[in-house]
Design a protein around this ligand. Structure first.
Ligand code: ZN
Length: 171
């Protein structure tokens, strides 16, 4: 079955005969996809242009207009597109922001991996020390064995976390 077509919107000010494209509403992030840049083949993915449009038309009776209506087509043909010359720049800024956020996430992931590597090293040293500690009695021997087992488990868990990190975010 074909997916139902998404409703797209524009915001229109009849007094100024100006509009801004909102495209479809994404309920997952709770906002419209925003204006579209042909140059970047991407949407602004932000409310900034809509907010600026509303501010520029303070006190005017603007209206939200859905596509597949006569009104929508007529507005696109006859009205002026708000901040048309700046749309590419807005999309570019939004793409740069997205990239920076991804880089930050990647940085966090590398830091997490580094911390785990240090932790594993500490645990291995600790394990080695326990192994070298001489036992003076059978009960001491039991205690040391228990400690070593605990450390071995901790190392295994930390290694599993590293694998999980790499599977999730890549090596
Ligand atoms: Zn206006």
């Amino acid at each position: 079955m074909a997916q139902p077509l998404k409703t797209e919107y524009l915001m229109f000010c009849p007094s100024c005969v100006e509009y801004t494209l909102l495209h479809d509403f994404d309920p997952k992030v709770g906002r419209f996809r925003g204006e579209y840049s042909l140059l970047h083949n991407a949407f602004t993915e932000s409310d900034e242009l809509l907010c600026r449009f509303l501010l520029a038309h303070t006190g005017h009776l603007v209206r939200l207009t859905p596509n597949r209506t006569d009104d929508y087509g007529r507005i696109l043909r006859t009205a002026r597109r708000f901040a048309e010359a700046d749309i590419d720049k807005y999309v570019e800024a939004s793409l740069a922001q997205k990239q920076a956020a991804e880089q930050e996430k990647r940085g966090d992931h590398n830091l997490g991996k580094l911390q785990l590597a240090i932790l594993i090293q500490y645990l291995e040293q600790e394990q080695e020390e326990v192994r070298r500690t001489p036992a003076h009695s059978a009960s001491e021997h039991q205690v040391l064995l228990g400690q070593e087992l605990g450390l071995r488990r901790s190392i295994a868990i930390a290694r599993r976390l590293v694998t999980h990190f790499e599977r999730t975010y890549g090596p």
